[in-house]
Write a protein that binds this ligand. Structure first.
Ligand SMILES: O=C(O)[C@H]1O[C@H](OP(=O)(O)OP(=O)(O)OC[C@H]2O[C@@H](n3ccc(=O)[nH]c3=O)[C@H](O)[C@@H]2O)[C@H](O)[C@@H](O)[C@@H]1O
Length: 429
């Protein structure tokens, strides 16, 4: 069951109770509570003293009570044993309810990178909507645990596969997300990142051509480089250093876009191109080095918040559910031009550090957590070619998709802080 204390308001003060919407003949609406239950579920921790005194059958009884919790939409039966720092899993007894779609409405959907941060949220949504979902992932930066709650479900399949090798499957839609996305990760093996962007996209476009599946690629705001136009609209060609440390990712995504439009013009592949701006939310790897995960983890641990450079560079942060709404909408729309998907609320990184600290402290106060010390903001060297400003112009998404972000940064951050806190309590961070 999701945490009933959480009430999510949009920027007009209206409560958000659902995500998604019925648009372009594709209904993507699901209740927020059911979705949230997949990532903010209560974690069952056996206390060390109760662990000693419980016999096996008593332990089972405790699990049964837990699993039958009031209004439980979904319960995993993972038990954390603090004494031995071990976690035991048993077979899931009940999957979250998914929509029953008529065969004509039900799509076979391939999600590459489906075990990653964005991919797993897309998979949750598509599964709840009743589609057949196949996840392709090499688990380089993704993790099986992000979608493990669907393993065994008849509508779900997970394949360990690297998109740089060809892959054959029959499908109706392909969401091509596979690629490391955090700067430390994509720079860790720059050649592999370029290969993933180029060969991976080539292979998936080849698959789309053969199956006549519609193909959506998640490109990035990084195609605009360190922009000279602000905010960035889709007609801006960008300002990218082709030989810098970020080039493997931004040039990789640029050539992936080139390939995508090549297949559209030459082979009539139906393509969609999303340029995603900085996105955050639950399941973002806490150690992936991006600013939101770094600041939240630092504040939760009472460590200092590391601002790179003078902190005057800007970013605009979008919550994961808004992104997923935008991706699904784009896939099912007729828009073939690139579309920026992002939130226009822009912050300097310095301001953002203060905001994250404030929100972490608010959640800690609500939960009665005593802080040992207050995190300070400290300054570190700025990475090479770090873009100085970034904000999406989302006019095209508004006009063409009727899509606009709904989540405020405050609401999104609160939820993400609760997620990390739960993972820390569980012992998995
Ligand atoms: O989302 C996007 O549009 C693209 O850009 C981001 O790259 P970046 O904006 O550099 O993301 P972060 O690594 O989160 O950094 C944001 C800013 O915070 C700064 N930062 C980062 C980490 C930190 O601990 N402290 C800090 O000040 C960085 O120097 C940078 O100026 C993402 O990493 C890419 O996946 C994505 O494609």
């Amino acid at each position: 069951m999701a945490d009933s204390r959480i009430k999510t308001l949009d920027k007009h003060g209206q409560e958000i109770t659902t995500v998604g919407f019925d648009r372009f003949g594709f209904d993507s609406e699901v209740p927020l509570e059911g979705l949230r239950a997949l990532y903010l579920r209560p974690h069952y921790v056996l206390k060390s003293d109760s662990q000693k005194s419980l016999r096996d059958d008593a332990e089972e009884e405790e699990h049964a009570k837990f699993a039958a919790g009031n209004n439980a939409l979904y319960q995993s039966k993972s038990i954390y044993h603090p004494d031995t720092n071990a976690i035991s899993y048993t077979t899931l007894t009940r999957f979250p309810p998914v929509k029953l779609l008529a065969p004509t409405q039900r799509k076979r959907i391939l999600v590459t990178g489906g075990a990653g941060f964005v991919g797993s949220h897309l998979v949750d949504r598509l599964m709840l909507l009743g589609h057949d979902v196949t996840v392709l992932d090499n688990f380089f930066t993704g993790s099986k645990t992000t979608v493990s709650h669907w393993i065994g479900h008849p509508n779900f399949e997970m394949v360990r596969h690297d998109v740089v090798e060809p892959f054959m499957i029959e499908c109706d839609q392909i969401y091509h997300l596979a690629c490391p996305a955090s700067p430390p990760h994509y720079q860790y093996n720059a050649v592999k990142t370029v290969k993933t962007s180029f060969l991976g996209t080539l292979n998936m476009l080849g698959l789309a051509k053969r199956t006549k599946a519609r193909f959506l690629i998640t490109s990035t705001s990084e195609v605009y480089g360190d922009p000279e136009v602000h905010p960035q609209n889709e007609d801006y060609w960008g300002h990218v250093n082709p030989i810098g440390p970020r080039a493997c990712y931004d040039e990789g995504k640029r050539v992936a876009e080139t390939l995508t439009y090549g297949y559209m013009r030459q082979d009539n592949v139906q393509v969609r191109v999303a340029r995603i701006f900085n996105t955050y939310g639950p399941r973002m790897n806490p150690f992936d080095g991006r600013v939101v995960s770094n600041f939240i983890m630092q504040a939760l641990r009472g460590e200092d918040l590391t601002v790179y450079g003078d902190g005057k560079q800007t970013r605009s942060f979008q919550y994961i559910h808004d992104l997923i709404d935008g991706l699904i909408c784009l896939m099912n729309s007729d828009e073939t031009r690139p579309v920026n998907i992002g939130n226009g609320d822009e912050f300097t990184i310095g301001e953002f550090a203060e905001l994250v600290r404030e929100i972490v402290e608010k959640v800690q106060d609500e939960d009665g957590v005593k802080r040992t010390r207050r995190s300070e903001v400290v300054y570190k060297p700025i990475p090479t070619d770090d873009p100085q400003k970034r904000r999406p112009d989302t006019t095209r998404a508004k006009e063409s998709l009727k899509w606009q972000p709904r989540w405020t940064v405050r609401m999104g951050l609160e939820e993400m802080v609760r997620y990390y806190k739960a993972k820390m309590a569980e012992g998995s961070i």
